[in-house]
Design a protein around this ligand. Structure first.
Ligand code: FPP
Length: 249
């Protein structure tokens, strides 16, 4: 049995790489490189704490609007991170999924994503979703289009099944680093009942202790999913079990 005080699914907006670099008189890409280091630590910390699903926002649909050299730097970084990190993730039993619009990515990057998913497809210790060229609005639109194309009625359950994260339950805890208090088009559909945790820490500084602080915050939350506190007490539950007909992880 998994520990109910540990969030099953943690999602993270990894914000603050640019400021981390600028404050050290470094180019912004140095902050993103340090962000990859922080991500490696975070993956390991999540595994150690029994988190079953980790989803991170690595590149948004809107990030194409950044300076060309930053965009190409992020694409190169993804390629390097895949080469360096996939063997480690593989050894740690982590299954990778890339979530987002792949069609706008170069064929080399697309091939890298497919290979990483294939290499880790048998792993069962933790699911690691990397949202890359992802936007919550894109996801809702592509899900609706799938239903239209297959002639299905647009219901909540049908949309849920057609979303890019249909393979996992909704996030329990959504963390945003970097001090901004907004969702920035991340998991718009899936975060309906997530607990939100904001920290001023910049992403490259987000370490195991910072993750623990977020989990401590999560433990204090009463998750009611629309019910009342009194109802939960009568049912003898700290939070109701949210029924997911289709999500399995
Ligand atoms: C937001 O910080 C961060 C990003 C747009 C990129 C996140 C990427 C990583 C953490 C590295 C992992 C990436 C890959 C490719 C695997 P920001 O640049 O908006 O920071 P700022 O708000 O301080 O400018």
């Amino acid at each position: 049995m998994s520990d109910p005080s540990v969030p099953h699914h943690v999602a993270i907006v990894m914000d603050g790489n640019g400021r981390w670099a600028t404050s050290r008189y470094l180019p912004r890409i140095a902050g993103h490189k340090q962000g990859v280091e922080a991500l490696r630590t975070c993956v390991q910390s999540c595994i150690d704490r029994g988190v079953a699903v980790l989803t991170v926002f690595a590149f948004s649909s809107e990030n194409w609007n950044r300076p060309t050299e930053e965009v190409s730097g992020l694409m190169d970084l993804l390629g390097m991170a895949l080469t360096r990190e996939v063997p480690r993730l593989q050894a740690n039993g982590v299954r990778m999924h890339f979530v987002g619009n792949r069609l706008q990515l170069s064929s080399k990057v697309q091939a890298g994503l497919v290979q990483a998913e294939l290499d880790t497809s048998k792993n069962q210790r933790m699911i690691f979703n990397i949202c890359f060229n992802y936007g919550g609005r894109w996801d809702i639109a592509q899900a609706a289009q799938k239903l239209v194309d297959s002639g299905q009625a647009i219901t909540e359950m049908a949309l849920d099944r057609a979303m890019a994260l249909a393979h996992v339950p909704d996030p329990d805890l959504l963390i945003r680093t970097g001090g901004e208090l907004r969702i920035s088009n991340f998991l718009l559909w899936q975060s309906a009942y997530s607990e939100f945790y904001f920290t001023n820490k910049l992403w490259p500084d987000f370490d195991a202790a910072a993750l623990d602080e977020a989990i401590v915050f999560f433990k204090t939350r009463e998750r009611r999913f629309g019910q009342t506190s009194a109802q939960l007490k009568t049912q003898g539950k700290s939070h109701p079990v949210k029924v997911h007909a289709v999500k399995v992880a």
